[in-house]
Design a protein around this ligand. Structure first.
Ligand SMILES: NC(=O)c1ccc[n+]([C@@H]2O[C@H](COP(=O)([O-])OP(=O)(O)OC[C@H]3O[C@@H](n4cnc5c(N)ncnc54)[C@H](O)[C@@H]3O)[C@@H](O)[C@H]2O)c1
Length: 245
């Protein structure tokens, strides 16, 4: 798909990978990028960057885990543009510490709600809109943690494995709805999430991994997302973006 002139939604767009994708879409000629996040102040900053990069920015404060909140996002985009071409389901939260199994059940379910439920709901809501138009491209942000047991972050890793499996199970949507669903699986990316950790700060194992890794930048992941949007041959693709050696 050519990105020029397209209408896009990016979730978790106030900062980090989502913000980088919003800016990259604008630089690639997208007409409008709706930026969805729970962080109002950072959303305004991201919107300025998208505008500077040449697209209309539509900052929308919303919670991807809440169906009504997310419905309002898609309704706003349709009422303005009557279509949707690109969706990056990217919003996510980390697990802790406290980590599995000390993590509270409430936090566990919040991780599931944002990282998995939010991706499924976003895909659900986008499908009929894209099908009515010229089809579309959806890219989910999963994680390299989808592929290996990660005992301290068992819940987080399970959500990301779920996103990968969901993506693969969406392959037929290319035929039935004209919608290609793919996902990116980043290694460690230089964003705030891993550096903030949970309510008890950053876990020692993660701090060690962080300090020894050759960190990816959010723009590296945005580039991978755009490559999946552009390549019409890709559906159900699980694109790993590993840390350089
Ligand atoms: N940073 C990494 O090392 C890394 C590695 C692999 C995967 N990821 C994934 O990349 C995605 C983006 O993370 P990031 O590293 O840019 O972190 P980040 O914290 O900088 O960005 C995540 C954004 O999602 C938003 N968000 C959280 N809950 C939300 C909700 N309920 N509704 C709407 N927005 C919400 C946050 O406010 C934040 O702006 C996440 O899905 C994360 O799991 C990150």
């Amino acid at each position: 798909m050519e990105i020029e002139g397209r209408i896009a939604i990016v979730t978790g767009a106030a900062r980090g990978i989502g913000r980088a994708t919003g800016v990259a879409l604008a630089q690639a000629g997208a007409r409008s990028v709706a930026l969805v996040d729970v962080k109002a102040h950072e959303l305004a900053e991201a919107a300025d960057l998208v505008t500077d990069a040449g697209a209309e920015a539509l900052p929308l404060e919303a919670d991807v885990a809440n169906l009504d909140s997310l419905r309002a996002v898609f309704a706003e985009v349709v009422s303005r543009y009557e279509c949707l071409d690109i969706l990056h389901n990217n919003a996510g939260i980390g697990e802790g510490p406290p980590e599995w199994p000390e993590i509270t059940p409430e936090r566990s379910m919040a991780v599931v709600d944002v990282n998995l439920r939010g991706v499924i709901l976003g895909t659900h809501l986008a499908l009929p809109i894209m099908q009515r138009g010229n089809g579309g491209a959806i890219v989910q942000t999963a994680s390299g943690s989808a592929f290996m047991p990660l005992p301290p972050q068992a819940v987080y890793a399970a959500t990301k494995a779920g996103v990968v499996h969901f993506t693969r199970s969406c392959i037929p949507l290319q035929e039935t709805h004209g919608v290609r669903v793919n996902c990116v699986c980043p290694g460690l990316v230089n964003t705030d999430m891993p550096q903030e950790g949970g309510v008890d700060g950053v876990a020692p194992w993660l701090r060690t991994a962080w300090e020894s890794a050759n960190l990816l930048q959010p723009e590296d992941i945005a580039e991978a997302v755009l490559s999946l949007v552009r390549d019409d041959s890709k559906a159900g693709e699980v694109l790993e973006v590993d840390n350089p050696a």
